[in-house]
Write a protein that binds this ligand. Structure first.
Ligand SMILES: [Fe+2]
Length: 246
């Protein structure tokens, strides 16, 4: 008789095999592996479709990385978030942003799972919406003015943001956020988000190895440099404008 444990183990091995097949074996060991997706339930949180083709960000981010990043990693965060809230219908009716803004309201038994997987879901959803080839080369409007006021110039902002991105030890994100103290640059570990500190994330850069290792291997500085070619400053500026009205 097949036990539930054996079914779960088989499913996890199958998922891992699919992910490994997309990498070379050597790279699969070097980059952080896709977390195992939890089996059902299928909701209430849903994986949003990637808003462009896998190869839309070439040559800055390669199609294979985008495919694995969205279809495996982001999907796993969504599946594991759904699993975490499955027995908490009061939480399932909230948005992921609402959950992350007040983690103290999440039962301690699932708080870490919501923090990690809810953060992974929210961060990646925003990340996809922030990337575009051929967008404005630099921020303008109110955000452009705020960046100049805070950092002196866009070039200074870039240097400071790069420093945050390269300062992540292990896995995490570099963030530009807006809050009561204005624009803030920081880096946070894992899938932590400025939302949990009362700020609105405007721009995030995923520096987990799964975001760049296939193309850039250990050269994180090259990946960070390429990121500046694909920021959709129109989207970031709109997020800034909205944050001032919240
Ligand atoms: Fe990621």
């Amino acid at each position: 008789m097949i036990t539930r444990r054996e079914i779960l183990k088989s499913a996890m091995l199958t998922a891992a095999g699919i992910a490994a097949g997309a990498y070379t074996p050597r790279l699969a060991r070097a980059a952080d592996p896709a977390p195992a997706a939890a089996p059902a339930p299928a909701g209430p949180f849903l994986l949003p479709p990637l808003p462009y083709a896998y190869d839309a960000l070439e040559p800055h981010i390669d199609a294979k990385t985008m495919q694995i990043h969205h279809d495996k990693h982001h999907a796993a965060y969504v599946a594991n978030l759904n699993k975490a809230v499955a027995d908490h219908p009061d939480l399932a009716s909230k948005s992921v942003e609402e959950l992350l803004k007040d983690l103290s309201a999440v039962p301690e038994s699932i708080r870490t799972a919501v923090r990690n997987n809810g953060g992974g879901h929210a961060n990646h959803t925003m990340f996809w919406e922030t990337l575009k080839v051929g967008g404005p080369a630099a921020p303008s409007g109110a955000l452009g003015d705020a960046i100049k006021a805070k950092f002196g110039s866009y070039e200074n902002f870039q240097a400071a943001f790069t420093k945050e991105a390269l300062g992540v030890f292990g896995s995490g994100w570099a963030w530009l956020s807006n809050g009561p103290d204005g624009l803030i640059l920081e880096h946070l570990p894992n899938q932590d988000t400025p939302l949990s500190s009362g700020r609105t994330p405007l721009l995030g850069l995923d520096v987990w190895e799964h975001a760049y290792y296939l193309k850039y291997q250990n050269k994180r500085p090259d990946y960070v440099a390429a990121f500046y070619n694909i920021i959709d400053w129109s989207a970031v500026g709109a997020r800034f404008d909205k944050s001032k009205t919240v």
